[in-house]
Design a protein around this ligand. Structure first.
Ligand code: PRP
Ligand code: URA
Length: 241
């Protein structure tokens, strides 16, 4: 983590980051029961470093966001229940395992969350997909909702909210509140880059929600951007701005 900055505000941030680091090993609870799991696998770290690079093209950025999201599925689905089944290999009968048939849904937060959808569906193709449209007001940094379409049986599904950037946490907390208000019971947040401020806000508002991230960054700058981050994820994915 970069601690090469000065001033009281920065010192407070450094101290906050240190508190997080102490708990980061690699799973910790920031407050309440919610966990944050950082996927520090070498492949993930390699790919995250490329998407951070400002010279990475839109095409490569898009491909890598999908690949990272796909790699994260391994960890976010670790606790899916299995049932034993009998199978017959060419050699003999044996016991195998099959997924219990638990229902899943992924819910990308528009726009940037869309970039993670295909990577996840490649690994869990039967998941249903809901959509939540939120944008961050550039002045207040608070989320503004403009769209919501969710599977009707959301109360029977494990919900994975997808958003590459967890900055102030306003968008993620609002998205989680929205799915809960429609009946969701088990919600997990999956992001690529998280800021300590966002982790804390989500866990304060939703202590029951686990957060999975590919990286935990240093702090937010005065414009609410994650430092070092990767810039504006939506713009980089869609080539806007
Ligand atoms: C970005 C990002 C998150 C949000 C994170 O979306 O994709 O949804 O900001 O910031 P927060 O944690 O402070 O709420 P943005 O508002 O830029 O919309 P976009 O995805 O449509 O570009
Ligand atoms: N949204 C982004 O896309 N990037 C940030 O750093 C913060 C919010």
């Amino acid at each position: 983590l970069d601690t090469n900055f000065k001033g009281n505000r920065h010192e407070r941030r450094v101290s906050k980051i240190k508190q997080f680091e102490e708990k980061l090993a690699p799973t910790y609870s920031s407050s309440g029961e919610g966990r944050i799991v950082i996927l520090d696998h070498p492949l993930v770290r390699h790919k995250v470093s490329i998407i951070r690079d400002k010279n990475t093209s839109v095409k490569e950025f898009r491909e890598l966001v999908q690949e990272i999201a796909g790699l994260m599925v391994y960890e976010i689905t670790r606790n899916l229940p299995l049932v034993k089944i009998e199978i017959e290999t060419p050699i003999e009968k044996t016991i195998g395992y099959t997924l219990e048939g638990k229902k899943l849904a992924i819910v990308p937060v528009l726009r940037a969350g869309l970039g993670m959808v295909d990577g996840i569906l490649q690994v869990i193709p039967n998941a249903k997909v809901g959509h939540i449209g939120l944008y961050r007001d550039p002045e207040t940094l608070e989320p503004v909702e403009y769209y919501c379409k969710l599977p009707s049986d959301i109360n029977e599904r494990d919900i994975f909210i997808l958003d590459p950037m967890l900055a102030t946490g306003g968008s993620a907390a609002a998205a989680i509140s929205l799915v809960k208000s429609r009946g969701a019971r088990k919600v997990t947040l999956v992001c690529l880059i998280a800021a300590p401020e966002g982790v804390e806000r989500v866990h304060q508002a939703h202590p029951d929600v686990d957060i999975y991230a590919a990286a935990l960054d240093n702090y937010l700058n005065d414009h609410g951007y994650i430092v070092p981050g990767l810039g504006d994820a939506g713009d980089r994915l869609f080539g806007t701005k």
